[in-house]
Design a protein around this ligand. Structure first.
Ligand SMILES: [Fe+2]
Length: 276
């Protein structure tokens, strides 16, 4: 299948963004992102593509790696405490760790001819996201982090956390029977205010500003997670929740930290990077 056959172009005219229908789509996505930092596009991929993507993802399941079982909301920013130069108590958000229970398949283990890779590498996607963000969008160039598949069985969850990128693009391939809800607090922090008091409320479960995104298989979700804390609630039932994470960036040549890749994808990364 070609990229043009994967995307539901009747609903999402990515091949004709210059038409009135294309403008309308981009405007509605921008409005949604402006409102609360997220946007969901149901049935983004065709039913046939979804079925094939799910089967291909399941065929790679034995390559998934569990990574850390707990992490702080600032998981990816190892030096924040030092940078801020503040005294933190035991209950401070910087010191809090939440349960993380998921397995991830790294980009280097996803064959280029799998439909997820075809979609991810399609210029239709980068052109579309460039239009939405009104700046040039590139594929993440990290050989492990650029495209991931996340698998969560019963009990699986992801702790409250912030992302590092400008926008995370996910495609749900299979839902769990229950649980597995994506929850977030839009723009809880900004570039110059970490807003630790509100973060503490979220971690304590007493914030009343937490929202939910009800994701469905085939739905593309655009989420600005750098300043919006978010999590996935615990999965219930025997059906594995399967989600693809498509990494795009607004700068060229973006790569992630090797330390993070070793944590997430296992010792094989350390071996591979040290033998260069
Ligand atoms: Fe995230």
């Amino acid at each position: 299948m070609k990229p043009i056959d994967l995307i539901n172009l009747d609903l999402y005219p990515l091949d004709r963004l210059e038409t009135p229908a294309g403008h309308k789509l981009v405007t509605s996505i921008r409005d949604s992102l402006e409102l609360d930092g997220s946007c969901t596009l149901p049935d983004f991929v065709t039913a046939n593509a979804l079925q094939a993507m799910r089967s291909q993802a399941i065929s790679l399941a034995d390559k998934a790696y569990s990574g850390p079982t707990s992490a702080s909301p600032y998981f990816f920013n190892y030096d924040l405490e030092k940078e801020l130069d503040i005294d933190v108590d035991r209950k401070h958000p910087l010191r809090r760790k939440g349960k993380r229970n998921l397995r991830q398949i790294a980009a280097d283990l996803i064959p280029g001819d799998h439909l997820l890779s075809v979609l991810y590498c399609s210029d239709l996607m980068t052109q579309f996201l460039s239009r939405v963000l009104d700046k040039e969008v590139f594929r993440n160039q990290d050989k492990y982090q650029s495209l991931n598949i996340s698998l969560q069985n019963e009990g699986g969850c992801q702790q409250w956390h912030f992302d590092t990128g400008d926008m995370v693009t996910t495609l749900l391939l299979q839902s769990s029977e229950s649980g597995g809800i994506f929850e977030y607090y839009p723009r809880i922090r900004s570039e110059d205010d970490e807003n630790f008091e509100e973060v503490r409320k979220v971690l304590d479960g007493i914030s009343n500003r937490v929202k939910q995104l009800h994701l469905r298989p085939g739905m593309l979700s655009l989420f600005q997670g750098r300043n919006s804390i978010h999590r996935v609630t615990e999965i219930r039932g025997s059906t594995c929740r399967i989600q693809a994470i498509l990494g795009y960036a607004t700068s060229p040549n973006v790569v992630g930290s090797t330390k993070s890749s070793i944590l997430h994808y296992g010792p094989r990364v350390a071996l591979r990077e040290n033998t260069r």
